[in-house]
Design a protein around this ligand. Sequence first.
Ligand code: SAM
Length: 329
Amino acid sequence: MLRDSFGRVATDLRVSLTDKCNLRCTYCMPPEGLDWLPNPQLLTADEIVRLVTIGVERLGITEVRYTGGEPLLRRELADVVARTTALTPRPQVSLTTNGIGLARLAGALADAGLDRVNISLDTLDPGTFKRLAHRDRHADVIAGLAAADEAGLRPVKVNAVLMRGVNDHEAVPLLRWCLDQGYELRFIEQMPLDAQHGWSREGMVTADEILDLLSASFDLAADDLEERGSAPAERFLVNGGPARVGVIGSVTRPFCGSCDRVRLTADGQVRNCLFATEESDLKTPMRAGASDDELAERWVAAVARKRAGHGIDDPSFLQPARPMSAIGG
Ligand code: SAM
């Protein structure tokens, strides 16, 4: 088991398949993009599947989420998903994506056994999308959402980050639209993980503000706390349910005490937290011939060192060197 010194057990593995992305969302990276990891440093599909297999078969991982960067940019994605869903015990397998290209790929991913998707959509307005993501791809995201739903990758969850003065007036329209489409919307507080270090506490639209904005138009009732478990989103029944909306207050309402996540970067580093400043290298020993037992031991030791919390409120907090796109959100 992947147990840390505070007794938390990691069962939810987030795997970044690439640090590359075809959008440039301002809360994540600069318009010119970043220096991507050189290809030889990226885990191959076989290496990814080997590490995921160790996680699932030996270390108690029950959920695998493929992310990035943009995971749909990895050509081997459907193959990696198929090999993951073939594992015993079979993990839940999901994808976090910007949805671009999903209109073409959703069927193949569903055939590979993918259970569901989280798709990022911050605005209903193509012009705002272009300003926020520096690419004119709004229609592709909307088509990707529809294709995911059509392919049965449900519940289709939508992730939205609100930015003050950019799209914070869209909280209500976004929820109304998601309710109409049958998608489950989750608002994520903007976190200090952008490559440009442009985040500020004052600029962040907080969970409290989001709930105030929504409450003006919807009747929200907190969902059963028991049901939340280790989920990052606080969920609320909308207008009596059954539809729900989630709010992920990573900064102002941290949920580190019940965190069950561990991350694997596209270059094979184990990270215990989005905000971790330490990583444990599995790629180098794997390429040097380490056995599955040895890799599992290193992984167990890495998780044992997990910190109590993300520490954003500590005076000594330092933003991690890797931006969100290179960690895997
Ligand atoms: N490219 C994929 C996507 O767009 O969903 C997967 C990777 S992306 C890093 C995963 C999620 O992280 C997205 O929903 C994105 O909006 C969110 N995200 C990125 N930077 C963020 C930040 N600084 N604060 C909060 N959420 C962020």
